[in-house]
Design a protein around this ligand. Structure first.
Ligand SMILES: C[S@@+](CC[C@H](N)C(=O)[O-])C[C@H]1O[C@@H](n2cnc3c(N)ncnc32)[C@H](O)[C@@H]1O
Length: 268
C-alpha cells in the first residue's frame, strides 16, 4: 500500500510490520533482491519482517549512554537471529560503556576484534576523566562459525571529513564507506538497525558492487534525512558534492563504472 511520508513523497507500508518504509523500488516488496535499499521507520525490535539468517553484515552506531545498555541486549538477540552464520556485526560505541557492551554482545555473538575509528575533526572532551578523545571503538563481533579469508583488513579506520551536519549524531560517510569496503563483500546485504540519517546505507550504496542495504530507526526526522541522502546517492549527486569537498581522497572520488558513476545504476 502507498501512503504519504512527512516530506510528501510516496512510501510503502510493510505488510508484516508496524512501521512505514521507503525503498529504492517502491513497486517491489521490501525484501525483493532487486531492492538496493530499504528504510524502515520503527523499532528494530519490531522488525520481524527481516527473515532469520538473511543478513551478511550489521554495521551500526547505537546511542552510547549507560541508560541505553538494555538496547544492546536487544541488539545482541536481534543480530543473533538475522545474521547468517559467519555474518559480522560491527558496533560503534562509547569508551565508557565498552566493557558492558562487550559483555552483553558476547552472550549471543563471538568477539573477534576491536577496530579503532579515528576522527579527523576536533577532539571530544571527556570531562569526567580529562581525556581529549580522537577515536571511537568499533567492536567486531560475528555469528559463528567465522572464518574470514582473502585480503587482510586494517583495524585503524579514519573518519575523513564530515560532509554536512544534518543531525547531531551523524557519522561520516567516508569513514563508514571505509568500514564497508574492508569488512564486507560485494553482493552482501548490510543492515543498520539504528541507522539515524542513513550513513551506513549511503556508504553501502556508494561502495556499490551489488551491495544491498536496510536501515531502521525510530526517529521519523532522521529517516526523512536518510531518504533524501539515499535519493542523492542513487543519482550520483552526493558523490559529486563529497568529491568537491574532499578532492584527492580516493574513497570519495567518483569512480567510473560501465553504468557511469558508482552508485548510479539501473534500479538504484
Ligand atoms: C547514534 S544515532 C545513529 C547515527 C547514525 N550513525 C548517523 O550517521 O546518522 C543512534 C540512533 O539509534 C536510534 N534508535 C534508538 N533506539 C532505537 C530502536 N529501538 N530501534 C531503532 N532505532 C533506534 C535513534 O533514533 C538514533 O537515530
Amino acid at each position: 500500500m502507498l501512503v504519504k511520508s512527512l516530506s510528501g513523497s510516496e512510501i510503502m507500508r510493510v505488510e508484516t510490520g508496524t512501521g512505514a518504509c521507503h525503498a529504492s523500488r517502491p513497486d517491489l516488496p521490501p525484501l525483493d533482491p532487486r531492492q538496493k535499499w530499504v528504510l524502515w521507520h520503527g523499532r528494530f525490535q519490531d522488525a520481524g519482517w527481516i527473515p532469520d539468517e538473511s543478513v551478511d553484515a550489521i554495521i551500526t552506531d547505537p546511542p552510547y549512554g549507560r541508560e541505553w545498555l538494555p538496547l544492546y541486549e536487544d541488539l545482541a538477540d536481534f543480530a543473533a537471529r538475522v545474521l547468517k552464520p559467519g555474518g559480522i556485526c560491527l558496533v560503534m560505541t562509547g569508551q565508557l560503556i565498552l566493557p558492558n557492551v562487550i559483555e552483553i554482545l558476547r552472550r549471543r555473538l563471538q568477539y573477534v576484534w576491536l577496530i579503532s575509528y579515528v576522527s579527523t575533526g576536533h577532539a571530544a572532551l571527556v570531562w569526567s576523566i580529562r581525556v581529549m578523545s580522537h577515536s571511537k571503538p568499533v567492536l567486531y563481533f560475528a555469528k559463528p562459525p567465522h572464518n574470514p579469508t582473502g585480503l587482510f583488513r586494517p583495524d585503524l579506520i579514519s573518519s575523513g571529513q564530515k560532509t554536512k551536519r544534518e543531525h547531531e549524531w551523524q557519522q561520516s560517510v567516508v569513514g563508514f564507506r571505509r568500514l564497508i569496503h574492508h569488512y564486507t563483500q560485494p553482493n552482501s546485504l548490510i543492515l543498520d538497525p539504528c541507522c539515524g540519517t542513513g550513513t551506513t546505507l549511503v556508504a553501502a550504496i556508494m561502495e556499490g558492487e551489488g551491495r544491498r542495504t536496510i536501515g531502521i530507526d525510530v526517529d521519523g526526522r532522521a529517516i526523512e534525512i536518510a531518504f533524501r541522502k539515499l535519493q542523492e546517492a542513487s543519482g550520483g549527486l552526493l558523490q559529486l558534492r563529497m568529491f568537491a569537498l574532499e578532492e584527492g581522497d580516493p574513497m570519495t572520488a567518483p569512480r567510473p563504472t560501465r553504468a557511469g558513476l558508482n552508485g548510479r545504476r539501473a534500479g538504484a
